[in-house]
Ligand binder design. Structure first.
Ligand code: R5P
Length: 299
């Protein structure tokens, strides 16, 4: 019988509960506190002897603390005699520093994944890591859960929309979703008007005039990428622009920036603490995570 351990945050425990329900598993809530000097304390208050354990903790801000808490919970589960310990981070922090862009920089995502392995996890799962190939840094088996098709089905998106990636790198996201709902897809390219200097973002091949567009991306941080794309699309005659994102970081001002660019709705997977804003619709992806983790790790 698999046991689901919920990390010490509301988002982690909501997602863990959804995973436990979908798997028909028992959920254990951890004890946690902060020491006067700021260090975190966590404790799993139940015996896990011989069981497979899934530890769920999202790497929300403050990320360093969340990463440490997840690693400490993995070690705690090991100490309680768990058989296999699968670390599930609905959002994986540091995933964008996936290479040494400048000499002297760390590959931060590799540090995070190696820490989790060294702490005793035998598997790792996350939702839509920034670049899937980063998972090669995890020495055990790792699973990347792509949420977009599940999200589109949950909200009943049809094939009449145009799915756009905000850049060429994100094209597989848009393509995967579009194929699953039988929609057209494309990606956006940036041009600079040589006379005015103005930056225009436009689709490579497809005319957006009169179309309902869905921009798909993995992360909304400041909202700048989406806002720029939406403004350009609306100025090219798009009828409506909505956004689907795996991880809404909730940085102050980001939703406002996106909304004032003309985007009507942001559909976000629930992988991070909720932003309370009527323009954001969260989609619970815990049952999707449960299914992929069960399949991936043969639980
Ligand atoms: C970048 O490669 C990511 O996929 C996102 O497009 C980026 O993190 C979004 O950042 P922001 O919301 O600050 O434009």
């Amino acid at each position: 019988m698999t046991i689901v351990v919920a990390g010490p945050s509301k988002a982690s425990s909501d997602i863990a509960r959804g995973i436990a329900e979908a798997m028909g598993s028992r959920m254990v809530t951890v004890e946690s506190k902060r020491f006067p000097d700021g260090e975190s304390y966590v404790r799993i208050p139940e015996d896990l002897g011989g069981e497979d354990v899934i530890v769920v903790h999202t790497m929300a801000s403050p990320q360093d603390r969340s990463v440490m808490e997840l690693a400490m919970l993995v070690d705690a589960a090991r100490g309680l005699g768990a058989s296999r310990v699968i670390a599930v981070a609905p959002y994986t922090a540091y995933s964008r520093q996936d290479t040494r862009f400048l000499p002297g920089e760390p590959v931060s995502i590799a540090v995070v994944l190696k820490l989790l392995y060294a702490s005793g996890s035998t598997g790792f799962a996350t939702v839509e890591i920034h670049k899937e190939h980063s998972l090669r840094h995890y020495p055990g088996k790792a699973v990347n859960v792509r949420p977009y098709t599940f999200m589109a089905r949950s909200i009943g998106l049809g094939g009449d929309i145009l799915v756009l990636a905000p850049d060429q790198g994100a094209l597989p996201r848009a393509e995967g979703l579009a194929r699953s709902i039988d929609a057209e897809y494309d990606y956006l390219v940036k041009h600079r008007d040589r006379v005015t200097g103005e930056v225009v973002i436009e689709p490579k091949n497809i005319d957006v005039n009169g179309r309902e567009v869905l921009i798909v991306d993995d992360i909304i941080s400041t909202g700048g990428t989406i806002a720029k794309a939406a403004k350009s699309l609306l100025s090219m005659g798009a009828k409506r622009v909505n956004v689907m994102v795996a991880h809404l970081l909730g940085i102050p001002g980001s939703i406002e920036r996106i909304a004032s660019s003309g985007v009507e709705r942001i559909y976000a997977a629930y992988t991070l603490p909720r932003v309370d804003d009527p323009r954001v619709s969260y989609i619970d992806v815990s049952s999707l995570i449960a299914g992929e983790v069960s399949r991936g790790f043969k639980l």
